[in-house]
Design a binder for this molecule. Structure first.
Ligand code: SP5
Ligand code: ZN
Length: 340
């Protein structure tokens, strides 16, 4: 399996995040991608290549063009007002407020986000854009007939909606890939195994019957993103039946997880998918610092094996996972399990 590595990922390096009432070094940090690269290389899974796709026009297939343009110019507008700090939203158009895009950069940041998890540095957009090119290169490999590919990039993408950043995510790499694959005639299923519900991906495809979304995640009544990811969200309109949420409670280990993964895979088979995009988050790990599932390193081998049993062309897209020391091994284990 080829790995497409976004070397520009390190251009996105937020100074801190506010979590649990404390200012902490950002959990979504450059070391994450570097340790995965190290372990994937050590595992000799196959060549590591640079992205060859150029341009992010495809982002506008699932994102609002105004939102993409905003991301590109946001830090510049911010720095005119606030200097060199990371651009961060702090006010959102919540229930009682109007949904009108303000002129002020602080207002725009709130308008185009749903939480404060998305700091933007001077060079963040370059990393984000190269991430889209990374996932599009993965699409090219799948369309050229490769059985599988791994798009290794950060920041992650699955929380990003058509027009909002959130949860460390800016542009939705997996959704963009799925859309381009669908336009190439593929019947695409997205399997989201990140610990957090892929609210952005779900929202983007919720009324679409041609792309299936299955997600296993912390139950929204307990866990971020809190306001989406319940089991009764089954799709709407033409998309009715094409959305499968399998929320699990805190403390879930492989017995419950493996059973949910079987259900997700059964849904993908019933949908008749020929191509799978995996939103590969590793924050289900027992030692993850912000998560509460109990998967062990060897469970990721089983995860990869189960995905392989689908017998479908598979594009893995890197998402979350914050237990940095084990993150490389856990990621490699999924891919090793898939290849075994
Ligand atoms: C891509 C991805 O994994 N994004 C995750 C974003 C999570 N953001 C907030 C999590 C808040 C959960 N509370 C943790 C308390 C830790 N002491
Ligand atoms: Zn996550």
């Amino acid at each position: 399996m080829k790995t497409i590595f976004n070397a520009d990922h390190k251009l996105h390096d937020a100074a801190f995040e506010l979590i649990g009432g404390k200012m902490m070094p950002a959990f979504e940090c450059p070391r994450r991608a570097e340790i995965v690269l190290e372990k994937v290389t050590e595992a000799k899974l196959g060549p590591v290549i640079a992205p060859t796709a150029t341009g992010i026009a495809a982002a506008a297939k699932v994102h609002d063009a105004k939102f993409v343009a905003f991301l590109e110019k946001a830090w510049g507008l911010w720095s005119e007002e606030h200097g060199d700090s990371d651009a961060l939203p702090m006010t959102w158009p919540a229930r009682s407020l109007r949904q009108i895009e303000p002129d002020s950069i602080d207002g725009k940041l709130g308008f185009y986000s749903f939480d404060a998890g998305c700091g933007l540095t001077k060079t963040s957009f370059q990393a984000i854009a190269a991430g889209v090119e990374t996932s599009l290169t993965g699409v090219d490999l799948i369309l050229a007939g490769e059985t599988s590919a791994f798009a290794l990039s950060r920041p992650p993408g699955h929380h990003a909606t058509a027009d909002q950043m959130g949860g460390y995510c800016y542009l939705n790499n997996a959704a963009i890939a799925a859309q381009v694959l669908a336009e190439a005639g593929r019947r695409v299923a997205i399997l989201d195994v990140d610990y957090h519900h892929g609210n952005g991906t779900q929202a983007i495809f919720y009324e679409r019957g041609d792309i299936y979304f299955a997600s296993i995640h912390g139950h929204p009544t307990q866990e971020y993103p809190y306001f989406l990811g319940y089991a009764d969200e089954t799709g709407a309109g033409a998309g009715e039946g094409a959305n499968l949420n399998l929320p699990l409670y805190w403390g879930s280990a492989w017995d419950a997880y493996g059973a949910a993964l079987d259900k997700a895979c059964e849904g993908i088979v019933a949908f008749g998918a020929d191509t799978v995009v995996v939103s590969l988050g590793l924050d289900t790990f027992e030692e993850d610092p912000i998560s509460k599932f109990k998967l062990k390193s060897e469970d990721y081998l089983r995860m990869g094996e189960r995905i392989r049993k689908l017998g479908l062309q598979t594009l893995f897209v890197f998402e979350g996972g914050y237990a940095v020391e084990a993150l490389g091994i856990n990621t490699a284990n999924v891919l090793i399990g898939f290849e075994s």
